[in-house]
Design a protein around this ligand. Sequence first.
Ligand SMILES: Nc1ncnc2c1ncn2[C@@H]1O[C@H](COP(=O)(O)OP(=O)(O)OP(=O)(O)O)[C@@H](O)[C@H]1O
Ligand SMILES: [Mg+2]
Length: 292
Amino acid sequence: MSSTMETAAPRLVDAPEERASIAPVSGTPQLQLVNVWKRFGDPASPTVAVRHVDLKIQRGEFVTLVGPSGCGKSTLFNMIAGLLAPDSDGSILFNNVPQPDGKLLGKVSFMPQRDLLFPWRTVLDNAIIALEVEGMSKKEARARAQTMFPEFGLKGFERHYPQQLSGGMRQRVALMRTFLFERDLMLLDEPFGALDALTRTKMQHWLLQIWAKHKRTVLFITHDIDEAIFLGDRVIVMTSRPGTIKCEEVVDLPRPRDPSLVTDARFIDIKRRLLEVIEEESMKSFAATGAH
Ligand SMILES: Nc1ncnc2c1ncn2[C@@H]1O[C@H](COP(=O)(O)OP(=O)(O)OP(=O)(O)O)[C@@H](O)[C@H]1O
Ligand SMILES: [Mg+2]
């Protein structure tokens, strides 16, 4: 496979203009977390992973989440996805309706931190896993998935196996699988974490176009501050573990977003403020681990 093919993010044909304005921040939230906690281990001396998280996400928003490693970001996603039950202190609501334990599974589409592609399944059959689990026939699921291959830059790779793909392509397969599981809310846990800077920039631009086209709400975890600002309507900063929300920055920058935005004075200003709080948090976790 040529290196160009490996690094190039797909171009969208007939892509709509990315939304021109940020989502409204009032009205009934699509997702609401109220006093959410998660403790692991011995109840007498638990590891508190997530502490007192209150969060509201409006329909159609693109919200990015940053915070030191180990602060509980993935744990938070696992709870929203229904893979982990939150402790009994708080609740998670969809469209104002509290979701009891066990009722969240399948309500959101979730791309976990590791791409979790099955090596023994073709790309096409990896893409349809969630649809199959939902009860759709393999034939129908394959037919539906097939239509998305061009959009995700994977046309012609349907019968390849994951180990025959580049890192960027594997991540697009995982993203395509997440999009195919059509839920209004998508959770993306460091989807571009393993990519080189150039591919990553292309993928960010492409994701914004896909987001505009499919009109989903996105919650996106990243360690890259530029990425968080470039993509988000809001950037939420978590504290070091036990993780809670430290602050948020509204990114009131125009859409469609252009890569040159990173040199804009407003972008740099937001980045400076975010770096200050993130630096403060990393110093705390550094001190807590006793590192020098
Ligand atoms: N199933 C589990 N059992 C016990 N402890 C866990 C479990 N899952 C997570 N933890 C702990 O909870 C804390 C938060 O982990 P989590 O994976 O949510 O962090 P993170 O913010 O996603 O980190 P990173 O940025 O490195 O991905 C860590 O201390 C981790 O060891
Ligand atoms: Mg994580």
